[in-house]
Design a protein around this ligand. Structure first.
Ligand SMILES: Cc1ncc(COP(=O)(O)O)c(C=O)c1O
Length: 443
């Protein structure tokens, strides 16, 4: 309330006016009805929600967003959102700084899909007619986006750790028709990190563009507890041509906050053909000049700016520690699964996602049991997710299992809230109780 008063005071010189909000007398009644409807949700904020990639926004982000809504600025242009455009530039400079970038081009957008669309739109213009490659575990929207952009697209198989197979990529590149390779820095299903050093080395040789889809994994550039391969990949992320990172995933923001960055600020000329492009460092840059979208919420910029003021994007800082705790939670759950003969695991978590499945006589039986455990856990208020993964990811642990399907339906848990670390034992108790119920019914 104090903040709202302060903001209002900034406009106190204006002539008094009567604000008209039709229906205001029924506000409380409708808000109550809204709350009633919103109860029909999974408890995404709670540590026992350990399923999909969902994380509650930080209180400062919610409040700064609501505060900015008092004005509802539009960051499509400086006169639509003067203060929030400046806040957006400052916040984006900090994000680029995480990857060692200083003079670059970047802005916020609706989310990871929009950000990848922009990055591939630029890539397609710089390498017309050439192929865009991404791993078979890359986010499904890359196929859609390249369809929309009418760019030729192909997937590259993954190794048993869910990472783009660098040998297959090297072979594929020999045809000489590839313009861009998308390296996923944390796949959606398993959190696998593509081998960026190898991709960059191939890029030197074959002269293609490298785009890092770090929508989910990007903030792990700050984490100190990655295993060596992932750490090596994140250490080189500043060498790619473009990066997508989603503040609305790991950056503690409400939905509607993605971010695209281009290492070469000259990419701006592709957005605006009929007027000179403006460098990111220019004080006069209208973000609408370097964004595919027109209207964009200034409130999202205010929320991100405030969050980064409170929790700077620094290695060893409080924000980084939160990411490290989520990853430690994933490692702790993985250790428990490894030690339990009822379950099998595929890859060790590279970030904070764990995938696992119950052992059974056949892949189809294990798949059916996964779904049953998912349901039994939900009844205990433990919310997991299910994923469909190629059987070869599990090859080392399948033992005598009959391979009657090409994919295995498994359980998946994204442990992205710092609180998850303190809740691993409780999650394990509920998971094993659910498994006992399901296995008991089987016998
Ligand atoms: C790696 C990756 N890229 C892109 C996306 C799409 O992002 P959004 O849902 O914000 O559009 C996701 C979403 O989970 C993702 O994990």
């Amino acid at each position: 309330m104090e903040a709202v008063k302060k903001l209002d005071a900034g406009f106190s010189e204006l002539q008094a006016y009567e604000s008209v909000a039709p229906g205001i007398e029924r506000l409380a009644e409708v808000l109550e009805a809204t709350a009633e409807r919103l109860k029909d949700n999974y408890p995404y904020f709670h540590p026992l929600y350990a399923g999909q990639m969902l994380k509650p926004p930080h209180p400062v982000a919610r409040l700064a967003y609501a505060l900015a809504m008092w004005i509802n600025p539009n960051n499509h242009a400086l006169d639509g959102g003067r203060a929030t455009s400046a806040m957006e530039k400052e916040a984006v400079v900090e994000i680029g700084g995480m990857f060692g970038w200083r003079n670059f081009l970047g802005h916020l957008c609706g989310g990871g899909t929009m950000a990848n669309l922009e990055a591939l739109w630029v890539a397609g213009q710089l390498h017309p007619g050439k192929k865009i490659l991404a791993s078979e575990q890359a986010h499904y929207t890359h196929g859609r986006i390249t369809g929309v952009l009418q760019l030729p697209f192909e997937t590259v198989p993954c190794d048993a750790r869910g990472r783009m197979d660098a040998h297959t990529l090297a072979k594929r590149l020999e045809r000489g028709d590839v313009g861009t390779v998308v390296a996923t820095m944390g796949t959606t299903a398993t959190g696998s990190v593509d081998p960026l050093p190898e991709v960059l080395a191939l890029g030197e040789k074959h002269r293609f563009r490298v785009h890092a889809d770090a929508a989910y994994g990007g903030y792990f550039a700050l984490a100190a507890n990655l295993e060596p391969d992932a750490a090596r990949a994140f250490a080189r992320i500043g060498e790619v041509d473009s990066i997508v990172i989603d503040p609305h995933k790991h950056g503690l923001q409400p939905y509607g906050c993605g971010c695209v960055l281009f290492r070469d600020p000259g990419a701006g000329r592709l957005y605006k053909h009929d007027s000179p492009y403006t460098y990111f460092s220019s004080a006069e840059l209208h973000l609408g000049e370097i964004s595919l979208e027109c209207s964009r919420p200034g409130a999202a910029a205010a929320a991100l700016w405030a969050t980064q003021k409170l929790l700077p994007l620094k290695k060893g800082g409080e924000f980084a520690r939160g990411l490290e705790r989520g990853r430690n939670a994933a490692l702790a759950l993985f250790e428990k699964l490894l030690a339990d003969a009822r379950f099998m695991t595929a890859l060790a978590p590279e970030l904070d996602i764990v995938v696992f499945a119950p052992k059974a006589a056949s892949v189809s039986e294990a798949s059916a049991l996964s779904r049953k455990i998912f349901e039994a856990a939900a009844k205990r208020d433990l919310h997991l997710a299910v994923a469909e993964l190629p059987v070869r990811f599990w090859a080392a642990n399948l033992e005598a299992m009959k391979l009657d399907r090409e994919t295995l339906t498994c359980l998946r848990s994204v442990l992205m809230k710092p609180e998850h670390f303190d809740w691993v034992d409780r999650i394990w108790d509920l998971l094993t109780a659910s498994a006992r119920e399901v296995f008991g019914a089987r016998n």
